[in-house]
Design a protein around this ligand. Structure first.
Ligand SMILES: C[C@](O)(CO)[C@H](O)COP(=O)(O)OP(=O)(O)OC[C@H]1O[C@@H](n2ccc(N)nc2=O)[C@H](O)[C@@H]1O
Ligand SMILES: Nc1ncnc2c1ncn2[C@@H]1O[C@H](COP(=O)(O)OP(=O)(O)OP(=O)(O)O)[C@@H](O)[C@H]1O
Length: 295
């Protein structure tokens, strides 16, 4: 690429955090097949990093491919093109990514990348769209995009787009990926999935607290993916363990960083689980993306 197509001195690096569903109830199914949820989202400090270089020539390109995702299907490219079309800007961008979040892991990595692109390019291209407008655009890319635009821990209803900010405890989490890949659509299509949980109020959900929280996808995911059941049981020896989204990642909350690190260190010594990935991550109420953009 000739360097003259880049706009000088305007490169930007922004974080793209993961999320956990601290609880997830499925309370119904819509005509279009999507499910009505009640969930509590919390961000974690495990992040991808996106690097943006705006361009004069209108081209949108991701300069380093993500294995297994075609360039034009990548949510990064799709989000940038969507915003370009919606705003009518003639600017483009080159984007590169440092990928740290496991794909298809229930941490919302693809959705978070899309939200970081919408927020980052709205800023770099000086478009002036509101968060509500960006969230509406983002929802067409994935049900989890709006919460990453919203940028605060939230109680969510609908398919996850009706958001109310909440303030949660911010424990240290152990997050485990038991190295299996879960297909989200297959879980939501499973006839045995619990999809008739009684709706509860936000106040009741928050009062219930961590020990009461459950994920309605867990039974179906455990049945279809036995290694996830093994990992949930392993982690439950140390603290109540739960699935995030439709998995494959699962997590447990600890009071201190050291307690979480000791648990991960114990896991690393177990030969039979060495193929699992594990992280210690801090729960956050404000998204690092909002902090980076100062909003
Ligand atoms: C389960 C969660 O991770 C909870 O945060 C999300 O709701 C999933 O969000 P996502 O990965 O952004 O999901 P999408 O890419 O929008 O949808 C993937 C597929 O999951 C199913 N799906 C997703 C969300 C939802 N509320 N109901 C559904 O039935 C649909 O079959 C859809 O085709
Ligand atoms: N930039 C991207 N990063 C990750 N996955 C992407 C991206 N673009 C497209 N995808 C596709 O989206 C799928 C889901 O990715 P993602 O990491 O968001 O899943 P997830 O963590 O399970 O999300 P959720 O919790 O929202 O279900 C991937 O398997 C991949 O095929």
């Amino acid at each position: 690429m000739p360097t003259s197509t880049l706009i000088p001195s305007s490169t930007l690096t922004l974080p793209s955090p993961g999320k956990l569903n601290r609880m997830l109830h499925i309370v119904g199914r819509r005509q279009d097949g999507y499910h009505e949820l009640q969930t509590i989202f919390q961000f974690i400090d495990l992040c991808d990093q996106l690097h943006f270089s705006p361009r004069h020539d209108g081209v949108i390109e991701l300069t380093n491919a993500i294995t297994g995702v075609a360039h034009d299907d990548n949510l990064i490219v799709r989000a940038a093109r969507l915003l370009q079309q919606a705003s009518g800007t003639r600017l483009g961008t080159s984007i590169s990514i440092d990928k740290n979040l496991p794909m298809g892991g229930g941490l919302g990595g693809g959705s978070s990348n899309a939200a970081t692109v919408l927020m980052g390019l709205n800023h770099l291209w000086k478009l002036g769209l509101t968060k509500a407008e960006l969230a509406r655009l983002g929802l067409t890319l994935g049900a989890d995009v709006p919460v990453f635009v919203h940028g605060h821990s939230a109680w969510a209803e609908g398919v996850g787009e009706k958001l109310t900010s909440v303030t949660l405890d911010t424990p240290w989490f152990v997050v485990i990926h038991p190295s299996v890949s879960v297909a989200t659509p297959a879980i939501f299509q499973d006839p045995e999935l619990t999809r008739d949980s009684h709706p509860i109020t936000m106040a009741r959900a928050l009062q219930g607290g961590a020990s009461e929280w459950r994920n309605d996808c867990e039974a179906t995911v455990k049945k279809r993916y036995p290694p996830i059941a093994v990992a949930l049981d392993w982690l439950a020896q140390y603290a109540p363990s739960r699935l995030t989204g439709t998995g494959a990642c699962l997590f447990a909350a600890f009071d201190s960083q050291q307690a979480a690190q000791t648990t991960v260190a114990g896991l690393m010594h177990q030969q039979k689980h060495q193929h699992w990935q594990a992280w210690v991550a801090r729960g956050l109420n404000a998204s690092p993306l909002q902090d980076a953009l100062g909003c």
